[in-house]
Design a binder for this molecule. Structure first.
Ligand SMILES: *[C@@H]1O[C@H](CO)[C@@H](O)[C@H](O)[C@H]1NC(C)=O
Ligand SMILES: *[C@@H]1O[C@H](CO)[C@@H](O)[C@H](O)[C@H]1NC(C)=O
Ligand SMILES: *[C@@H]1O[C@H](CO)[C@@H](O)[C@H](O)[C@H]1NC(C)=O
Ligand SMILES: *[C@@H]1O[C@H](CO)[C@@H](O)[C@H](O)[C@H]1NC(C)=O
Ligand SMILES: [Zn+2]
Length: 458
């Protein structure tokens, strides 16, 4: 009984995906695109809180069961993956903090937002690609959107102040209004809009707290406000809206009897270390002094059962993280719930991210609605590297080289033409789809699709 089901979904996925490179069906002028990120929105945050507006968006559009972020599950690296389609080792924004192992400079998240050479490291994000192809773009607080790439700035860019209050709902609405004006008065084609919640609240109070649940309701009200403003601006039929995030959140095991504390490891001494980046959740990087790599590695590799220390070249390839010149000779991560303490314990968050992207608590959301998206479709999980190709298709622009697959998210799209395949081309998209639609109505369509497919083949 497994075979027919698989055939069905494969047939459906193929039918919904037009041939690679074929333009997305669009009527009249080009559709606009708004990418919204609510930082640290774990995939299941809508399951213990009433979220009427997110629910309505799912009914009207597409919802992924969850999305798998890139590793390392940190804000700037994951946001840059969304706008480049590259794994983190391939775009080079490997940390929230700018650092240099030679000058020993380390800058916090906000300061790093303004360090052009940290971001402009050989990859061209979607704003710049779209502008080179004649489009106008904007970035509102989106990480990486306030520097120049190969000398080019985003058409309209806003950066938050250093002491920004990330949870002011009044300001959120004003920001939504500004973005709507960018679309209607300045005719921008693509805008990325960032909110720093529910990440901040998740860090401070923990992901299972009442405060986090209240913040998710604030996010939900904002999604409602956003869609209302889209309708009010007469953009419902001409703007595609994606609501997503960078990573999830998990509870920090603060009172565990087995905390990961470097200052308690026997045979390890900071005197062997030239440069360190520790005390940043579950992630750490070390550059040992000349000739001391083996000594440090041997002292650390079995130092703690929750700590996984690797030489750069031995870091698991599946993470697509360590193969970048910015990565130090030793790097590490700890198990879910454990953070890495360095010289002294200075981490007091109740919630944290940065963990293995296979941990369910690190998974995040993906929702989309608009003229190009199917209605009421729930799709199976996919990796965040694919969102970039989807956005390029929605905007009708030629993408840069990237790690995503052009066909992966096509089944999300309303492709009237694909349901009536012209000859064989639409039946065999190169590489197929990463998605297996999972909703009941789609199963019905799948049956229909299979019949069409069978009659085509016959
Ligand atoms: C990327 O950054 C590294 C330093 O972090 C630098 O050595 C390298 O030249 C940069 N590459 C590009 C293409 O900007
Ligand atoms: C950064 O944002 C500010 C507004 O917040 C804007 O004036 C400036 O032009 C932006 N810079 C770049 C390079 O985008
Ligand atoms: C929230 O934002 C509004 C609009 O920017 C501002 O007038 C108000 O003072 C802010 N409130 C707080 C508590 O920061
Ligand atoms: C520390 O080093 C000594 C001497 O090499 C060794 O006997 C001991 O097992 C090491 N301890 C740990 C915890 O690795
Ligand atoms: Zn984040």
């Amino acid at each position: 009984m497994r075979c027919p089901a698989i055939l069905l979904t494969v047939a459906l996925a193929t039918l919904l995906a037009p041939g690679a490179g074929a333009p997305v069906h669009r009527q009249g002028s080009r559709h606009k695109l708004l990418l919204v990120s609510f930082d640290g929105f774990r995939w299941n945050y809508d399951q213990d809180v009433d979220t009427p507006n997110l629910d309505a968006m799912a009914r009207d559009g597409v919802k992924a069961r969850y999305m798998t972020p890139a590793f390392v599950t940190m804000t700037s690296p994951c946001h840059f993956t969304l706008v480049t389609g590259k794994y983190i080792e391939n775009h080079g924004v490997v940390h929230n903090m700018y650092y240099s192992t030679t000058s020993k400079v380390k800058l916090p998240y906000h300061a790093t937002l303004g360090v052009q050479r940290w971001w402009d490291n050989g990859s061209v994000p979607i704003w710049i690609t779209a502008q080179r192809q004649g489009l106008k773009t904007g970035s509102f607080f989106y990480p990486g959107g306030n520097v120049t790439y190969q000398g080019v700035a985003v058409t309209r860019s806003r950066k938050e102040g250093v002491l920004h209050n990330y949870k002011n709902e009044t300001e959120w609405r004003a920001n939504v209004d500004t973005v709507m004006a960018w679309f209607t008065e300045e005719d921008l084609d693509l805008v990325t809009l960032y909110f720093g919640e529910p990440d901040s609240t998740g860090h401070k109070y923990g992901p299972e707290s009442r405060e986090r649940k209240e913040m998710v309701q604030q996010v939900d009200r904002t999604v409602g406000y956003l869609r209302e403003r889209i309708a009010h601006s007469h953009l419902t039929d001409s703007l595609n809206l994606i609501v997503t995030s960078d990573h999830g959140m998990t509870t920090v095991n603060k009172r565990a009897g087995d905390l990961v504390e470097f200052h308690k490891f026997p045979n390890f001494t900071f005197q062997d270390i030239e440069f360190e980046l520790l005390d940043y959740g579950p992630n750490g990087m070390l550059l040992p002094k000349d000739g001391r790599l083996e000594k440090v590695y041997n002292a650390l590799k079995d130092a703690h059962p929750k700590l996984h220390v690797y030489k750069q070249e031995e870091f698991p390839e599946a993470f697509h993280y360590a193969n970048n010149p910015r990565i130090t000779p030793l790097l590490m991560y700890s198990d879910l719930g454990y953070v890495i303490h360095g010289r002294v314990n200075v981490q007091f968050n109740n919630g944290e991210h940065g963990f293995d992207n296979n941990d369910m608590d690190m998974k995040t959301i993906f929702r989309a609605v608009g003229p190009s998206f199917q209605v009421g479709l729930e799709v199976e999980p996919f990796e965040s590297i694919h969102v970039y190709e989807l956005m390029c298709q929605l905007l009708g622009i030629v993408p840069e080289a990237n790690d995503g697959h052009p066909g992966a998210l096509r089944p999300m799209l309303r492709t009237e033409s694909a349901l009536l395949p012209d000859g064989g081309s639409a039946l065999l998209p190169d590489g197929g789809s990463a998605l297996l639609p999972s909703s009941q109505p789609l199963l019905m369509m799948g049956l229909l699709g299979t019949m069409i497919l069978l009659s085509e083949v016959a």
